[in-house]
Design a protein around this ligand. Structure first.
Ligand code: ZN
Length: 439
């Protein structure tokens, strides 16, 4: 029997969901499909379409557009990743610090940033949560969402309360900030083309990029329907019951569209950044988007972007498990997408299964992350979103413009990573011990 991965069942304490591991895959699949019938009620989605493949030169330009390592380098204290990589459970001072960092980074880009504040009951009493929603162009009629949770799991006592959740999900959040900064000028250029009537596909050009940083994904105690995904449950409910005011969007899909109906797809990242991930396609209706990620990875590999010692390696093992003919929905992992899935939103869930071996342990710190892997994720999403959103990366004529990262070898990345680690003696692991800042 294939291993069935349900995110919260990998606990040593015998989760109430452990019965799931005893039943067969087909039965489980049926149970999950009945629980979450994935009927699309999207009026606004552009649906499956062919993504316009970037040229080799455009891919190279995207690779070198911004340093693909700087923002995700855990040994650089000023990187986005380092600023997020502290214990940050919901309703803590550190959580506010990280949230403020995310907000200020995106406001500096002039994105519209909303802080969605609410309270909810938890096993530890009423807690305050804040989702962060950043939108490049609020007047666009539709958006594609890239999301991850920015809270880290709460532990009540030392040393577990030093948990920083590097893969869960500090790195995905850092990737999102890097992506926003990288694509921002390309999105501006696309808007100019749209306004000047130069955009060939104004349907695609009227889809904007929205980033959602969910708070309160983690259970305070055991994962249950009411002790988990606090932020996602709140936001899905809010958007399903909020109707868009006329004249705030260029073209409303229907006169009484709800906020949730203008989501084309919600792409959720979780448990990424460790080496050798295995990513599966969970939903049939977004299999074409999964294929888009696979294609972006393949083209980057053959362009030499992941080159070791400057030699392109098109045979590099893919992060993605090939889809099989006749494969159905395989939604095994409960996560922030569930409240949206239940409301008919189309979901692409990018999560490593099996989970990183450090999952929910103190070892999910900087030492669990692999810089070449993280850089590869950065580049895959740059290409994927450029193709999804119809962006035109500037093709530069001078190779001198480019930074050196496009041809940086694997060994060099690893060496750089190791050289810049704090001197912690012989241990190969980074220590990342920062005190919780409860007030
Ligand atoms: Zn977690």
């Amino acid at each position: 029997m294939p291993v069935v991965h349900t995110k919260r069942r990998r606990t040593r304490f015998g989760s109430p969901l452990s019965w799931l591991s005893q039943i067969s895959l087909p039965i489980l699949t049926i149970v999950l499909l009945l629980a979450f019938p994935h009927v699309s009620i999207q009026a606004s989605t552009l649906g499956e379409r062919s993504l316009e493949e970037l040229s080799v030169q455009a891919v190279e330009s995207l690779v070198s557009l911004r340093d693909s390592v700087k923002n995700i380098d855990p040994t650089d204290p000023s990187s986005h990743l380092s600023r997020i990589l502290i214990p940050r459970p919901a309703d803590s001072d550190n959580n506010t610090l990280v949230r403020n960092y995310i907000v200020s980074t995106l406001k500096a880009l002039n994105w519209e940033v909303e802080e969605d504040i609410f309270t909810d009951d938890t096993p530890y009493g009423t807690k305050r949560f804040t989702n962060v929603i950043a939108t490049k162009d609020p007047s666009a009629s539709r958006r594609v969402i890239l999301s991850a949770h920015f809270d880290s799991k709460y532990f009540s006592s030392f040393p577990q309360n030093q948990f920083v959740g590097a893969t869960d999900s500090a790195f995905p959040c850092a990737l999102m900030l890097d992506l926003a900064e990288t694509l921002d000028p390309l999105l501006n250029a696309r808007k100019e083309r749209l306004e000047q009537g130069l955009e060939e596909d104004d349907e695609v050009a009227d889809t904007t990029l929205q980033l959602v940083f969910f708070d309160g994904e983690e259970a305070f105690r055991e994962w249950t329907a009411t002790d988990s995904v606090y932020g996602a449950r709140h936001l899905a409910e809010k958007w399903a019951t909020t109707f868009i005011a006329p004249h705030t969007k260029r073209h409303l899909p229907t006169p009484s569209a709800s906020e949730i109906s203008t989501i084309e797809h919600l792409i959720l990242l979780d448990l990424l950044g460790a080496p050798n991930p295995f990513i599966r396609s969970a939903f049939l209706d977004t299999a074409w988007l999964f294929d888009g990620l696979v294609a972006a990875e393949r083209r980057l590999a053959s362009s030499g972007a992941f080159a070791e010692d400057g030699i392109p390696n098109p045979d590099i093992r893919s992060f993605f498990i090939p889809r099989r003919a006749g494969e159905g929905n395989m939604n095994y992992v409960e996560d922030d997408h569930i409240p949206f899935l239940k409301r008919g939103v189309s979901i692409l869930h990018v999560i490593a299964t099996p989970f990183p071996r450090v999952w929910h342990t103190l070892s999910d710190d900087a030492s669990a992350l692999d810089l070449p892997t993280m850089r590869r994720w950065n580049l895959i999403f740059r290409v994927f979103f450029a193709e999804y959103l119809g962006l035109r990366p500037e093709v530069r004529s001078s190779r001198e413009d480019r930074n050196t990262h496009s041809s940086r070898s694997h060994e060099e990345l690893v060496r750089r990573f190791i050289d810049r680690r704090p001197n912690t003696g012989l241990t190969p692991r980074l220590t990342c011990v920062r005190r919780l800042g409860y007030g």
